[in-house]
Ligand binder design. Structure first.
Ligand code: PGA
Length: 259
């Protein structure tokens, strides 16, 4: 059985004090809960150090284990790459995860599948677990190109990873047209795509690997739509944007996934 995994992508939001408050409020609202899913929060680089110590303290006091993830990284370990941050630096800081190839990075910052695969490999080599994002645009869906686009993204983004490394990844299926728009894929529509992704992984690797990889859904996930989504057999959690910026809604999503 795959353990469900809920991650909050805070994107470019929250000053340091706001991030600390949000993380603290999430910890407080999960304090007395039996959480049976993996949880991660992904603040900006600027806040990672502080949030890593905050969640560590929470766990020391008996709270649940909340992982911290970066939203991006560079594939080189160090060097003349002004403005970039590397995987060993993030791991050293206490991060456990890294979101790689989010559609905003692909579309706004020109990140290619090749870059995504180099980043995923760098993350794994430093002990970070990648959340590799894929998803089609509205135009691609309307032109019935969804499967073709996803196949190319999977192929390119996981190129160069050994089967064991692929197994350590989480795949986040995020239809671009559903991100931040309030439009969610229907549970059936999302399940069809998740099953397609798992089938691709079965063909390309092995059934055992495909069965153990978690596939998150992302795109306007909220407390009022998570139950239907999470009940689908191939949806193993969520990558949450907007609703992860409020402690109440994020913890509600986690609780609903733990039922
Ligand atoms: P959203 O973002 O939940 O605000 O749609 C999801 C994401 O971009 O990961």
């Amino acid at each position: 059985m795959r353990r469900k995994f809920v991650a909050g992508n805070w994107k470019m939001n929250c000053s340091l004090s706001e991030a600390q408050q949000l993380a603290q409020d999430i910890c407080t609202s999960l304090e007395k809960e039996e959480i049976s899913v993996d949880v991660a929060i992904c603040p900006t680089f600027l806040c990672l150090s502080s949030i890593c110590s905050l969640v560590k303290d929470f766990q020391k006091q008996g709270g649940s284990d909340i992982g911290v993830g970066a939203q991006n990284l560079h594939w080189e370990n160090k060097g003349a790459f002004t403005g970039e941050v590397s995987a060993p630096m993030l791991h050293d800081m206490g991060c456990s995860y890294a979101i790689i190839g989010h559609s905003e990075r692909r579309t706004l910052f020109g990140e290619t599948n090749e870059a995504v695969s180099k980043k995923a490999l760098a993350a794994l080599q430093s002990g970070l677990l990648p959340i590799v994002c894929i998803g089609e645009t509205l135009e691609e869906r309307e032109n019935e190109k969804t499967e073709e686009v996803l196949r190319l993204q999977l192929e390119g983004s996981l190129a160069g990873l050994s089967p064991a490394q692929v197994e350590a990844c989480t795949i986040a299926y995020e239809p671009v047209w559903a991100i931040g728009t309030g439009k969610t894929a229907s549970p059936e529509m999302a399940q069809t795509v998740h099953a397609f992704i798992r089938n691709y992984l079965t063909q390309k690797y092995t059934s055992a690997i495909a069965q153990s990889i978690r596939i998150q859904y992302g795109g306007s996930v909220k407390p009022d739509n998570i139950r239907e989504l999470i009940n689908q057999p191939d949806i193993d959690g969520a990558l949450v944007g907007g609703a992860s910026l409020k402690a109440d809604s994020f913890s509600e999503i986690i609780k609903l996934c733990s039922l």
